[in-house]
Design a protein around this ligand. Structure first.
Ligand code: G3P
Length: 448
């Protein structure tokens, strides 16, 4: 059956129904948040109740360290619960306007405004947070009254399916959330260009740029990676900076859009900072995710080869390797590269792996210039004790967020999260996502 916000199609002989019927059918045309709210809250408990098996999937599918995998699931449950609360807070409000508040009009028109769902939201999360970045799209979409098609990452699909099952266990009817697994290269165009899709929320690499060119006239929300710079000034707390470079650069082996991907440090403190980072780096445990190691194998052989290509290019062009480069299969030992120069690929490209370049700078302007010359603009951070300088630097950096005295990070999950330039379109975070997944509807009462 096809209709508003409902579609059905056949992919390779199999019938997929991307929406529901029955009672929940109303939801895509405005089912009340008060009705959806209790089911959403129950989902939090179901997800957290099932945290062990879902986390185990993450360990096995994407080699995320065991503790981080559990954290991802628990964080996702909390995110779902916050969506339920925020939906109640922001979706019940409407507006009432009268015509005579605009020049030249009599009081003959009353305008009633409210927010209504878009219809079908297509959610495409990446491999590095298959559960959390799926939930950050599913939660806002459902609480706003939409139905949802989830296309999980190939690696992470089993964790996603398990998580979607929790929504069903909580009471969301099957079909309201449809999970369509498959390779992006095979089903991506079909989904993103499907006329039944009313909104696309995508997190991933530059595939997002291609999607934005092909998608129809539907709202887009995209987060496409970054080259997050960490600027360290002379007066910085260097122990704090070093700790954040390690955490920001090497968590989940650097496979985060918000990872520290280049350090821009003032020459006068560079030796001390590099020494402190190296001391902490030496303590990182390298090995399998089941043993909760800090550095685990990167997601694929092609990713490992890409990272190695960046390392080799830097080596040829004269970067200083603070550690010996070492790789076994997809496992790459963490490396800090000092004396990186702008002619090296690693100065600009996003490795998505455990390798951090250090560029020594002689002025704040030089650091800002490097940061702003990037085609990315996700996040950045600055370490200094001078808050005035920090604010000026934040204003000057062309990124969606600047962290002062801490590594870049998306969370807490209700904070706005956005990238400029090739890093994305629109703003995420729970409130922004709920708003983005609704449209404004007005009814005008014309008086005789
Ligand atoms: O890589 C995805 C991006 O959203 C990072 O999230 O929580 O690691 O800052 P987080």
């Amino acid at each position: 059956m096809a209709g508003s916000g409902v579609f059905e199609d056949i992919i390779e002989g199999e019938v997929f129904k991307f929406y529901t019927d029955g009672e929940w059918k109303k939801s895509a045309s405005g089912k009340s948040v008060a009705i959806i709210n209790p089911t959403t809250r129950t989902t939090q408990y179901k997800v957290q109740e099932h945290k062990a098996p879902i986390a185990e999937c993450l360990v096995k599918e994407i080699a995320k360290p065991a503790k981080d995998s559990v954290t991802e699931v628990v964080r996702s449950g909390d995110l779902i619960s916050y969506c339920a609360e925020e939906g109640v807070r922001i979706l019940g409000e409407g507006k009432f306007l009268v015509s005579d508040s605009f020049p030249g009009n009599e009081r003959t028109k009353y305008c009633l405004t409210s927010k209504i769902p878009l219809g079908v939201v297509l959610a495409i999360p990446p491999f590095n947070y298959p559960v959390n970045l799926a939930v950050s799209k599913i939660g806002p979409a459902l609480i706003a009254g939409n139905s949802l098609v989830l296309k999980p990452p190939t690696q992470g699909a089993v964790a996603c399916l398990h998580m979607v099952h929790c929504f069903h266990l909580a009471g969301f009817p099957k079909g309201l959330i449809s999970c369509v697994t498959g390779k992006g290269s095979e089903i991506g165009d079909f989904l993103t260009m499907h006329p039944g899709v009313n909104c696309i929320s995508f997190t991933g690499g530059d595939t997002g740029i291609a999607i934005s060119k092909k998608a129809g006239m539907v709202p887009l929300q995209m987060e496409l990676g970054g080259k997050d710079a960490c600027i360290v000034l002379e007066d910085a707390d260097l122990d704090l900076a070093a700790a954040n470079i390690i955490k920001g650069g090497f968590s989940y082996s650097g496979q985060r859009c918000t990872a520290v991907k280049v350090v821009l440090v003032m020459e006068s403190v560079a030796d001390t900072l590099v020494e402190k980072v190296n001391a902490k780096l030496a303590k990182l445990k390298v090995g399998p995710p089941e043993e909760d190691c800090d550095i685990t194998p990167v997601v694929s052989e092609s990713s490992a080869n890409f990272i190695e290509g960046l390392a080799k290019d830097a080596k040829t062009k004269g970067a200083t390797f603070c550690q010996e480069y070492k790789r076994e299969g997809n496992l790459i030992w963490p490396v800090l590269l000092d004396h990186v120069r702008p002619d090296m690929r690693i100065a600009w490209e996003e490795p998505f792996g455990p390798i951090i370049p250090v560029i020594r700078i002689n002025s704040i302007e030089e650091g800002i210039h490097h940061c702003n010359a990037s085609n990315f603009g996700l996040q950045g951070c600055v370490f200094t004790k001078d808050i005035n300088k920090a604010i000026l630097i934040s204003d000057a950096m062309e990124t969606g967020t600047v962290q002062i005295n801490s590594a870049p990070a998306r969370g807490p999950d209700h904070f706005p999260f956005q990238g400029l330039k090739d890093s994305g379109i629109g703003s995420q975070g729970i409130t922004n996502s709920i708003n983005m997944m609704t449209k404004v509807k007005t009814t005008v009462i014309n008086l005789p």
